[in-house]
Design a protein around this ligand. Structure first.
Ligand SMILES: C[S@@+](CC[C@H](N)C(=O)[O-])C[C@H]1O[C@@H](n2cnc3c(N)ncnc32)[C@H](O)[C@@H]1O
Length: 268
């Protein structure tokens, strides 16, 4: 892996960013013309692409609820946390148990500024600048911040972020490094674009990569299973995101359910 710090996303307003395109697809307000253009290139090939973003948020809500309510997690490291919006991780987790501490990590200066202003408003919630392509550096910075005790069980959230790493970024090595940093009893939640061998996945990947955003890989079940190597998969395992412990709010009939997968693993 490159020892040099990779550059953060461009502040150039003529270039789309993953956080703002996602915000646009979710119906938020933090987006620019370049983001909307990139999103429209995606909609041209899969008109319901916005449902993937919504399905991901729904999985994240259920996953955080499981981690805090059932797995007893009280510390969360959310890497690639995104722009604050509805149902932020610290709000979801602290509504279940007010003792939960959350460290948010992102590499996008716009995300970091919003997170510092809107989320890190109490001493249970912090924000760290970090790039997933340099995972060891993230753990060093989080340990230095002293909000989370990384010797105790914690959960790492990699929700909708690993697919923004290119193959050259060696995502399997990146996620392996994340797993190495998990203490016993810790959990990894991961969700990702899925290439389940259907033409829409390939077409949408082309739109992500070449339609203005420049990132968004659709990977196979085998690729995604590798991210959980050595962890015990929590039931029901690695599945279409909407099949992961669906509740009354889950869009079980989503037209894009086969384009997105998710799972939660536990380190013994
Ligand atoms: C699609 S959003 C997901 C937001 C949130 N995790 C969720 O699931 O709703 C992806 C986020 O990952 C961040 N991101 C992309 N590449 C990253 C990297 N190499 N390191 C850290 N964050 C990254 C983007 O800035 C963006 O905020």
């Amino acid at each position: 892996m490159d020892e040099q710090a990779p550059p953060p996303p461009d502040l150039d307003p003529t270039r789309a960013s993953p956080a703002r395109v996602y915000d646009y697809l979710l119906g938020g307000k933090e987006h620019l013309e370049a983001d909307r253009r990139a999103a429209h290139a995606m909609r041209n090939v899969v008109p319901e692409v916005g449902e993937i973003a919504k399905d991901n948020r729904s999985f994240l809500r259920r996953g955080v609820s499981y981690l805090v309510r059932e797995a007893g997690i009280r510390q969360i490291l959310d890497i690639g946390s995104g722009l604050p919006g509805e149902g932020n991780v610290n709000e979801l987790a602290q509504a279940i148990d007010s003792d939960v501490r959350v460290a948010y990590v992102d590499n996008d200066p716009v995300v970091l500024a919003h997170a510092r202003a809107l989320l890190a408003t109490d001493d249970q919630t912090g924000v760290v600048t970090g790039d997933l392509r340099r995972p060891a550096t993230i753990f060093e910075a989080v340990a230095g911040q002293r909000l989370l005790d990384l010797d105790e069980p914690f959960a790492v959230l990699l929700s909708g972020v690993v697919h923004h790493l290119s193959d050259d970024d060696a995502p399997d090595r990146v996620v392996a490094t994340v797993r190495e940093h998990l203490s016993p009893g810790s959990h990894l939640l991961l969700s990702h674009f899925l290439d389940d061998d259907e033409p829409r996945a390939a077409a949408l990947e082309r739109a992500f990569l070449h339609g203005g955003l420049g990132s968004g890989r659709f990977r196979t079940w085998a690729d995604l299973r590798g991210y959980f190597d050595g962890l015990e998969l929590v039931e029901p395992g690695l599945v279409y995101a909407n099949d992961w412990r669906p509740d009354a709010l889950t869009a079980t009939e989503s037209p894009v359910r086969t384009l997105y997968a998710a799972g939660v693993g536990r380190k013994a």
